[in-house]
Design a protein around this ligand. Structure first.
Ligand code: NDP
Ligand code: GUE
Length: 279
């Protein structure tokens, strides 16, 4: 039997807790405020920004979207991130991807004040996570851990295999798992015989961006599989990096797409924003 490790109830619980904190902050004269910087016309990015804005509004967090347009220069984007970082009324600053050609995400994110870096994008944050120091982890990487914890999956001594090594998901997720005493292996596009490596995982995290790449042959019996992928389908739907049909029946648990990591990610972004506003 494969348990569905849902994220929707977990996300609703986090949003309720965030809404209470936001109400207290607003009553105390510090209404929490999240700013989202956009420099793309990408449709799935626009969908994600709308979903953040909607979730913020529902929890009593102000959300401003600063759309610089897809022709914005790196200088302009960096200056906007720096200006929002020094605005005392703004508590969280996030930079959306994709970016205009020539702009490097990690480079620009260095302009976000780490105290307001609610999606853990500043490269300093990755260093702090690697060093085991407190920081806002990228919301998606943290969502992986929060989901595992909420379903009572033990991590100490477990073999966790992360497929994907991006700055936003794979690397920070690996550091967070290591911090929790898992034995961590990180795979990527040059990994030889991916399935042989992933079959040794007690906990398998797929953050690849390739629809349904992970199939039953990649998964040990009774492994727990976290599917981070959110790949748009031609009919306007969403499919994960895991072939759920193939893995179901073999894995002990699997997060669904939609309804798994995604909603928890958005809820944690909001939690980070109220945490920042409290300081
Ligand atoms: N639910 C959520 O909140 C979020 C979901 N996502 C989703 O997660 C997925 C990953 O995102 P992100 O990390 O930003 O993506 P990136 O494209 O930045 O990174 C993908 C990683 O997967 C590796 N990879 C690609 N192909 C293969 C392969 N065939 N075998 C093994 N490894 C491979 C790449 O290796 P290499 O480094 O060698 O190129 C790279 O490290 C996407 O589907 C994205 O939409 C992302 C952020 C948030
Ligand atoms: N620096 C950075 N940080 C990110 O967190 C980041 C990013 N870049 N680039 C783009 C991806 C995409 N992403 C999603 C988050 C939530 C859902 C989500 O909540 N999805 C719903 C699906 C809704 C539907 O059905 O369409 C769900 O999974 O249930 C989806 C996608 C964050 N991203």
């Amino acid at each position: 039997m494969t348990a569905t490790l849902s994220g929707t109830e977990l996300a609703a619980g986090i949003r309720a807790e965030v809404a209470a904190a936001a109400a207290d902050l607003t009553a105390a004269g510090t209404p929490p405020h999240l700013a989202v910087v956009v420099a793309t016309a990408d449709e799935s990015s626009a969908w994600y920004v709308r979903s953040i804005a909607r979730a913020a509004q529902r929890t009593g967090i102000a959300c401003s979207v600063v759309d610089l347009g897809e022709t914005a220069t790196p200088e302009r984007i960096g200056a906007e991130l720096a200006a929002l970082s020094s605005d005392p009324a703004v508590h969280g600053v996030i930079l959306q991807t994709p970016l205009p050609a020539g702009a490097v995400f990690e480079d620009l994110a260095a302009s976000i004040d780490p105290a307001k870096d609610v999606d853990g994008a500043n490269p300093l944050t990755l260093g702090r996570l690697a060093a085991g120091l407190p920081a806002f982890a990228p919301a998606t990487a943290e969502a992986v851990l929060v989901l595992l914890d909420s379903h009572g999956i033990p991590l100490s001594g477990a073999h966790a295999v992360v497929v994907g090594r991006s700055t936003v998901v794979g690397k920070p997720a690996a550091h967070l798992l290591l911090q929790r005493d898992a034995t961590v292996t990180v795979c990527h596009s040059r990994t030889k015989d991916l399935a042989a490596v992933t079959r040794t995982a007690d906990v398998l995290v797929a953050a690849v961006g390739r629809p349904e790449l992970v199939t039953a042959e990649h998964v040990a019996e009774d492994a727990v599989v976290i599917d981070v992928g959110t790949n748009p389908t031609p009919d306007g739907g969403l499919v994960g990096d895991v072939d759920a049909g193939s893995v179901t029946g073999r894995a002990a648990g699997l997060t669904p797409v939609p309804g798994g990591v995604g909603p928890v990610t958005t809820a944690l972004l909001l939690r980070h924003t109220v945490t920042s506003a409290r300081c």
